[in-house]
Design a binder for this molecule. Structure first.
Ligand SMILES: Cc1cc2nc3c(=O)[nH]c(=O)nc-3n(C[C@H](O)[C@H](O)[C@H](O)COP(=O)(O)OP(=O)(O)OC[C@H]3O[C@@H](n4cnc5c(N)ncnc54)[C@H](O)[C@@H]3O)c2cc1C
Length: 463
């Protein structure tokens, strides 16, 4: 394998498993500190689109599997694939904005924080991930459930076009006129996409003038009751209100009162992406109708929360340099049923840092019924996410067992999963179950058309 020849054709850098820095690099490629024991053979840190073309052609000539890294935020470390040539897009972060057309052209590895910082200068916004460091790259391919995703829609539907390096090493543009089937796939294909996206063209939105958040803290013994009531009022709230409940570590002010519940508290948050505080105040009246309002430990009502403040909040919920196991279920079951096991398992959670999140669909429309035709095709009334979060390797076993048991208890309420945040290592079937059956079939047919040799790493069972 002539890696020197490859290096001479690149602006970026080639590294191999025999380099002294390889192990440090391998770990740095993945955000989750629970680094998988999987070892790419060659890592190409590309510095341009042409570098991607060269890397793909080299892998093809050498018969190497290709794995792709945008920003390494996938929870199961999907870019790490044994024996592969890993294309690291981490340096491709350029953004160019056309404020009149309300469009942005971005390279894949720009983070949500940086994209929205640049858009804010033009009074524009995009539904980026909830945590500031999440890169657009894989987030958009997964579907992208970002801030105000109920109002603006899953982020992939705001991808208007993309530039892709195919398995043949060709650079193609996918939009409504050309390679429309590739654009269909990019909108939600998830992990193991059969090409490398080097550029996205995004539709932008005006920043709402009054982004406000109301937060209520309750003892977790009321989780199911609050969930039932919240699901009931959700249809009366505008879809621009993001409604979520958490089972989360109690903030210091409530820690003493949550000692008997293993340190966890139930948090209800509603963030309105509306234009006036008066508009925002109307739905918040509904939040005061909670049947256990008198048991509320504390609240912060109608706080101004610009997108930057929301991203800071996300950064605190999902701290860096921790070990994570993450899984999801989409559910239409009554919250009284699906939340009960969550409460019981959190009462015994081995780590005080773990977190559960229940995102409740708002607005009068059934979100599944209004999804445009694309690979992204799985939603339900509620998305339940469970995050085991801890720091010490010696706590791996206890947290792994706890997380798996919690998810097994939730499985019976699942209509499907979200490929972007599912544990497809523990449960490989979750990949397929993240799509409507017909959309999954079409995605596999497109994979066969665009990557007949299976050059791109798409499935650990196949690699
Ligand atoms: C702290 C944190 C918060 C998160 N919050 C959210 C959230 O609010 N909403 C949400 O929907 N998700 C969220 N996620 C999940 C996130 O969307 C995924 O982890 C996503 O994969 C991150 O993108 P990435 O580029 O870092 O992926 P990577 O880990 O770099 O890549 C994963 C795989 O995606 C594919 N891929 C990525 N980029 C490309 C590309 N340019 N071309 C071809 N294939 C590619 C490849 O198969 C790659 O191996 C969060 C994750 C973390 C760690």
């Amino acid at each position: 394998m002539d890696l020197k020849a490859l290096q001479s054709r690149l602006r970026g850098k080639v590294m191999t498993a025999t380099d002294a820095v390889y192990e440090d690099l391998r770990r740095e490629l993945i955000w989750n500190r629970l680094t998988p024991m999987r070892y790419p053979q060659v890592v190409v840190q590309v510095a341009s689109e042409q570098d991607v073309v060269e890397a793909v052609r080299f892998a093809r000539a050498e018969n190497l599997k290709i794995s792709v890294r945008g920003g390494g935020h996938n929870w199961v470390g999907f870019p790490l694939c044994d024996g592969s040539l890993l294309i690291d897009l981490g340096r491709l972060t350029r953004v160019s904005i056309d404020p009149q057309a309300r469009m942005a052209t971005i390279q894949p590895a720009v983070t949500g924080r940086e994209l929205n910082r640049q858009l804010a200068e033009h009074g524009l916004a995009f539904p980026v991930g909830h945590c500031p460091s999440v890169p657009m790259s894989g987030f958009l391919l997964n579907g992208g459930l970002g801030w105000n995703s109920n109002g603006w829609g899953p982020s992939c539907f705001s991808v208007e076009a993309a530039t892709v390096v195919t398995a043949d090493g060709d650079l193609v543009v996918a939009n409504r006129e050309q390679h429309a089937d590739l654009l269909w796939a990019i909108r939600g294909a998830g992990l193991g996409f059969f090409g490398v996206v080097t550029q996205y063209v995004l539709k932008l939105y005006p920043v709402p003038d009054a982004i406000t958040t109301s937060t209520y803290y309750y003892p977790i013994e009321h989780l199911e009751e609050i969930g039932t009531w919240a699901a009931g009022i959700a249809r009366q709230l505008p879809k621009e209100v993001e409604l979520a409940m958490f089972c989360a570590p109690a903030p210091p002010a409530y820690a003493e009162r949550c000692r008997s519940s293993n340190g966890f508290v139930c948090i209800l948050t509603a963030t309105a992406f509306l234009d006036t505080i008066i508009e925002a105040a109307v739905p918040f009246g509904l939040l005061e109708s909670c049947p256990v309002l008198s048991r509320c430990l504390g609240k912060d009502v109608l706080q101004p929360t610009p997108l930057d403040a929301l991203l800071d909040m996300g950064g605190r919920l999902w701290p860096e340099h921790h070990r994570y196991l993450v899984d999801t279920v989409w559910s239409n079951s009554p919250p009284a049923q699906s939340l009960a096991p969550v409460r019981e398992f959190f009462l015994q959670a081995p780590s005080p840092k773990s977190l559960a999140l229940f995102a409740i669909s708002t607005g009068v429309e059934d979100s599944a019924a209004v999804l445009p035709d694309a690979a992204f095709s799985m939603t339900a009334a509620m998305l339940l996410l469970c995050y085991a979060i801890w720091e010490r390797p010696e706590d791996d076993d206890a947290n792994t067992v706890w997380h798996r048991e919690t998810m097994t208890a939730l499985d019976r309420y699942a209509v499907g999963h979200y490929v972007g945040e599912s544990d497809i290592i523990a449960e490989p079937a979750r990949t397929e179950r993240s799509f409507a059956p017909a959309n999954w079939q079409r995605l596999q047919a497109l994979r066969h058309t665009y990557d007949p040799e299976g050059r791109f790493h798409s499935d650990f069972n196949a690699s």
